[in-house]
Design a protein around this ligand. Structure first.
Ligand code: NAD
Ligand code: FES
Length: 298
């Protein structure tokens, strides 16, 4: 069993959880993920590491309560334990050699992009972090990013934080100002990563995107997580999750992303019904139930 040491709501949709897993904490690197299972009845879900502390033996995950399992996860408390917590899985993000990087996080993707920004900053790279949220109440990890970046730009779709626009507008502005990036890394909605890659392509800036298709086994066996990259289909779980942003077929990824939506919606409704019948608050999970289901990091 893997004891939960701390649970904290970062906003109405997003929870941060610190899990005791010393073996994984020693090995896991930015970009890698774990597969967890709450109990023997639960499904296995992939969640990308947000932070780790090898000395304390803990791994931090951040997730959005949008599917049946993440809704259950958000209801656990410090002192509870997870049955399975397997990893590290996937390949670490290739960050070596970058001198001027821009790390972009869209919504929850911000939590997944944070360890890369931290690693780059700790290794002497100049790092701009651009994040985007629907409104100011959803902004997460501002203090942590401030401590591990050269510059932080927070955009909101509705302008409620005084900075209206999408992450791509901030990125274009920084490029126009002469930021001269040698690496851009984007984590967030597929549509955001598509337009980040389209923004950097004319300048030939190396661009990595973290793909989060539905994952079942996380070991390359089931084929569920295929992503079209150039002329081939690759598996996000063993070949990724990061891919060359200029080669990913985002439209194919979005088509595949809706394939399991009816199954996910049904599972979520069952869980929401269970919460309601228990008369317990699930930390805004039911309110978030209009979003998509269980994917890596979501
Ligand atoms: P969201 O839909 O609120 O979008 C966040 C930000 O992305 C927006 O504020 C905006 O700045 C940017 N964005 C959205 N559409 C854009 C477009 N067309 N062009 C440019 N920028 C755009 O995000 P959310 O509700 O927090 O949802 C999180 C999303 O991130 C989910 O889709 C989830 O699947 C995904 N996610 C991805 C990963 C990954 O590994 N790639 C990990 C976790 C979450
Ligand atoms: Fe099954 Fe990747 S999750 S092949």
């Amino acid at each position: 069993m893997y004891p939960i040491e701390r649970v904290e709501a970062l906003n109405v949709e997003v929870t941060r959880m610190v899990v005791r897993a010393p073996e994984i904490a020693r090995k896991i690197k930015p970009g890698q993920f774990v597969m967890l299972r709450i109990d023997e009845e639960g499904e296995r879900i992939p969640l990308t590491m947000n932070d780790c502390d090898p000395e304390a033996g803990t791994v931090t995950i951040v997730f959005q309560a949008v599917g049946a399992t993440t809704m259950r996860l958000a209801r656990l408390k410090a002192g509870d334990a997870l049955m399975d917590f397997a990893g590290p899985l996937g390949n670490p993000t290739e960050l070596e050699g970058a001198k001027r990087a821009c790390v972009i996080g869209g919504g929850l993707g911000t939590a997944i992009a944070f360890p890369q920004a931290k690693w780059l900053h700790d290794h002497g790279c100049e790092v701009d972090v651009i994040t985007g949220f629907r409104n100011k109440d959803l902004v997460i990890l501002e203090d942590e990013i401030d401590a591990h970046s050269t510059r932080q730009i927070v955009m909101t779709d509705d302008g409620s934080n005084g900075n209206k626009g999408l992450v791509t507008q901030a990125l274009q502005q920084r490029i126009d100002e002469g930021a001269n990036y040698d690496l851009v890394l984007a984590v967030g909605p597929v549509i955001m990563m598509k337009f980040v890659a389209a923004t950097t392509k004319p300048y030939g800036i190396k661009t990595l995107v973290s793909m989060n298709p539905l994952m079942i086994d996380g070991t390359g066996m089931c084929g569920g997580c295929r992503v079209k990259v150039g002329d081939e289909y690759l598996h996000a779980c063993v070949d990724g999750p990061d891919f060359d942003g200029h080669l990913v077929d985002y439209d194919d990824a979005m088509r595949r992303g809706v394939m399991y939506r009816s199954f996910e919606t049904a599972a979520r409704e069952v869980e929401a019904g269970r919460v309601a019948s228990e008369g317990r608050d699930c930390g805004g999970a039911a309110a978030a139930a209009s979003a998509e289901g269980e994917r890596k990091g979501a």
